[in-house]
Structures are given as C-alpha cells and as structure tokens.
Design a protein around this ligand. Structure first.
Ligand SMILES: C[S@@+](CC[C@H](N)C(=O)[O-])C[C@H]1O[C@@H](n2cnc3c(N)ncnc32)[C@H](O)[C@@H]1O
Length: 329
C-alpha cells in the first residue's frame, strides 16, 4: 500500500446496501417477535444522537473508557506492542473515535509506524472522521473503510499484510447476544494471524440502577435515538410510521446481565413500508437492542474459547468497565 496516501476511503462496492437495508428491515418486522437491527441506528441524525448519548451524565460507559484512553494511553500502547513493528490499527465500528483519538495522537507523537483503518457501516461518520483528523492529526495515515465489520476487515487484509491491532470499543460487543458475541470472536479470529492483538471493551455488571438509568435517561435522548430508526425507515424506504404512536421501553435483568430496549406500539395500527403492510397490535413490542454486561472472568472465558489468550484487563478507577487485551494464538 502506498503509505503516502494519508487519507482515503474505501467503500463496500459488492453489497447493495439500500436493498439489503430494505430486505432486512421488512424481514425483521414480519418476524415473531418483531425486532429491528441496531446496526441501522446510525444515519446522519443517529450519529449525532449517539454523540449526545455519550455526553449524557447517566451514560457512564464513555467516561469510564475515556478515562482509560486518556490516563492509560502509554499502557495501552505497550499492551498492543505499538513500538515493536509496523502495524495496521483497525477500529471496528469506530463511530466518532473520540476515545481512540487519544491513542492515535500519542502514537503519531511517538513517530510509531502505523496506519489507522476505521471501519464503520455509517458512511457519514467515516467522512466526519476523515475531515476532523486531517485537521487535528495531519500526520496520521488513515484509510477509512465504509461497510460492515468483516467485509471491510477482508478489505483491510487485502490492501495490507502488516500485523493487525484491532480496537473494538465502547458498547459494541455488548450489542450482541452472548452466543452471538462468541460467534463474532470466533469469526474474527479466523481473519487474524497469530500474534495479532485485539483490544476489546466490556461494560461490567454493577448496580442495576446505574445500568438501567444509563439507557433510560431523563432527557429522553435514548428514546429519540431508538425512535429515529423509524424515521430513517420513513425517509429511506417510503414508509409511514407515526413516531408518536410508539414509545421506548427499557429493561435490565441483573441475573443475565442483559439490558434490552424495545419500542412499544401504543395502539393497534398498520404501517406501510413501500407496498408491504406491517400490522402492530396494541402494546406489541419491537425488540431493538441488547447492551450485555459481563463479569471480568466471563470475558477471559470468551477469549480462551475462541482462539485468543487473555493478556490483561485495563480498567477505569471505579472498576465499572474494562478494555481487555487479547492476543491471537
Ligand atoms: C455504539 S457506536 C460506538 C462507537 C465507538 N466504538 C465508541 O465506542 O464510541 C457503534 C458504531 O458501530 C457502527 N456499527 C454498528 N454495527 C456495525 C457493523 N455491523 N459494521 C460496521 N459498523 C457497525 C455504528 O455505525 C456506530 O458508529
């Protein structure tokens, strides 16, 4: 790869994302129970709403991981062996990269030889990142990869054979059911080589009230974030959801560590998506997203069962969140 091209974007060309969006939305709303895929939360408005969520006082996850990335930057750099050999730093679901930007700035200051490859399904956020980093970290080599995690990781492998350090931060792995998270790590392992490193964020089980209020904020931003997916479907798929006829509902099960969000239909109604009719009963729930919480030992087990060696946990001072370092074996 030409290392002098410092900021380029590669998009998923072999997937018709609009058609896939329509097919997956219609299928998931015709399923029993109805559900929607949280990967579709992030259009331009969804990206902004998620940034507002990260700034909410109740949403402790960002503060905890931000503390790790600002106060323990050097420890992270050593844990991912940043000073050993050139590498590609691939961030899965980078979002606005507020936390990882601290590591990026540190590595650039230390003249470390690496290329930053943010992967995100939101083309909007990749453009935002490129524009921001070209101003804030002009010496950063960046290749933006717009598409889904594994398709774009294949692209990253096809354009560069350097060793990979993968970042998977925030609540991303938590947005998968436990089984799905294991399957994800298993698939991820197949795309990496021995010695590659994964830094993966896990929100830990804690006081259930603290967890529930992080997803049930008083200002209603999380509710707007969930309802925005209905607006996105209206805008992009010629649908006629009446947003006022749905409400956001959140639960936390402290035994399972599962925090789940739903939209509840406030009345019996029919909604059109193009020429498809979706029927909702009064009080019918649409399952939106899980935010799974883990015990530290459960994360080690996940590593060992899927071809990684758990190396260390880097925690915030409250002990509410860990960035786990796993090495591919
Ligand atoms: C919850 S945000 C977290 C952002 C960032 N990792 C952080 O911790 O602040 C999730 C991000 O992952 C992206 N994303 C979700 N599912 C994805 C998928 N299947 N493939 C690629 N990106 C995805 C979203 O567009 C969004 O920007």
């Amino acid at each position: 790869m030409d290392q002098n091209i410092s900021m380029e974007t590669i998009s998923c060309t072999d997937c018709d994302s609009h058609q896939k969006f329509e097919n997956e939305i219609v299928a998931s709303l015709k399923a029993h129970p109805k559900h929607l895929l949280s990967k579709y939360f992030y259009d331009q408005k969804g990206d902004v709403l998620f940034q507002q969520i990260m700034n909410m006082p109740e949403y402790y996850l960002t503060d905890c991981e931000m503390e790790i990335f600002t106060k323990k930057t050097e420890e992270i750099a050593h844990a991912v062996k940043a000073f050993d050999a050139p590498f590609d730093l691939v961030e899965l679901g980078a979002g606005d990269a507020t936390k990882s930007s601290h590591l990026l700035k540190y590595l650039v200051t230390k003249n470390v030889d690496f290329t930053y490859m943010p992967i995100d399904i939101s083309g909007n956020i990749i453009s935002v990142l490129k524009e921001r980093f070209s101003r804030e970290i002009p010496d950063l080599d960046l290749v933006g990869l717009n598409g889904e995690y594994f398709e774009m990781l294949d692209k990253a492998n096809s354009i560069s054979s350097r060793r990979k350090v993968i970042l998977f931060l925030g609540g991303n792995i938590g947005n998968m059911e436990v089984e799905e998270a294991h399957q994800f790590c298993h698939e991820l392992r197949k795309k990496l080589n021995p010695g590659d490193i994964l830094l993966i964020g896990f929100d830990l089980k804690k006081d259930p009230d603290i967890i529930l209020s992080a997803y049930n904020d008083k200002a209603g931003i999380t509710a707007s974030f969930n309802l925005n997916l209905l607006e996105r479907i209206n805008n992009e798929l010629d649908a006629n959801f009446d947003i006022g006829k749905f409400k956001h509902y959140q639960t936390y099960d402290p035994l399972a560590g599962a925090c789940r969000s739903y939209l509840i239909s406030l009345e019996k109604q029919n909604v059109m998506i193009g020429n498809q009719v979706i029927h909702f009963s009064e009080n019918e729930a649409v399952y939106m997203e899980i935010s799974q919480k883990y015990a530290p030992e459960e994360t080690d087990k996940m590593a060992l069962q899927n071809g990684f060696k758990p190396v260390k946990h880097i925690s915030d001072t409250k002990g509410w969140f860990i960035d786990a370092i796993w090495k591919v074996i």
